[in-house]
Design a protein around this ligand. Sequence first.
Ligand code: PEP
Length: 269
Amino acid sequence: MLRKPEDRASEKGIEIHMANAPRPLVAGNWKMHALGEAGDALARGIVERWQAMGRQDVDVALCPPATLLGRVGRLLEGSGLLLGAQDCHWEAEGAHTGDISAPMLADAGCRVVILGHSERRQSHGETDEEVAAKTRAAHAAGLKAIVCVGESKAARDAGQTATVVETQLAASLPKGVSAANTAIAYEPIWAIGSGRTPDMDEIGAVHARIRTLLANAFGASEAFSVLYGGSVAPANAAEIMTLDEVNGVLVGGASLDAGAFCEIIESCG
Ligand code: PEP
C-alpha cells in the first residue's frame, strides 16, 4: 500500500504541494558508449520518435560522451531535445589535462550536466565537496546541474540509506541552488545496471526525504525536479512515474535504445 506524498512529508513536518511540480525531466546517460555513426543513428532515432510523439509536456536531455557533443548537438537542433554532458571541471579554464569545463560545455551547446554520478564518485574518487564545486561551476556557466546521490548495497543493508543520501546531498549542493539551476537524481548504486530497483514505497520515501532537505535548505521543494535513476526501463517507468514525489528519470542502459528510451518518455506526464 503506497503512502501519499502528503503523508510521507507530514512525518517530516513539511508540506509538499506537488501540484506546483515542474514538468517531468527524462535524461539519457549514454556513459562511455557509442562512436560517431552509432551515436548519430541513436540520436536520429530518438529525434524521429520524439517528433512523432508531439509531446510538449516533458523535458528530455541526451547526455552523450564528450566526443559526440558536437555532432549529437547538431542533430538535436530545432528538435526541442536538450543536449547534456556527463561531468565538468570545477574551474572555468586552466592546466587540467583531459578535463572539460562548464563554459566549454555551454559553448558546445549543452544545457544540462550530470554531476556526482556514483561511477565518478567510485572510479575517480569524487568527493561531495568536488561535486559542490562542479555544481557551482555549472551554474556560473548557465547549465542545469543534475546532481546524483545514492547509497551502496552495504549501506542499504545496514539501514543507512537516508543518512547516506542526506549527507551526500547536504555536502554536494552549493549556495545558490534553485529549482531552475539544479535537479537531483536519486540513484541507488546497487540498482544501476543491475535490473533491480527499490520498491515503490522505498523510492517514494527517499524522494520525500530529499524534498524535505531541499525545502529546509532552499525552500519550495516541490519546484525541484527530483529524478529516480537505476534500471529504469519501459516495463517499470510508468509505475515509478506514478509516485508524486518523482518527476523524472535518469536512464542509463535503456537510453542506448531509441525505442526503449522513447517508450520511457511516453510513460512520463
Ligand atoms: C545511470 O547510471 O545513471 C543509470 C541510471 O544506469 P541504468 O539505467 O543502466 O541503471
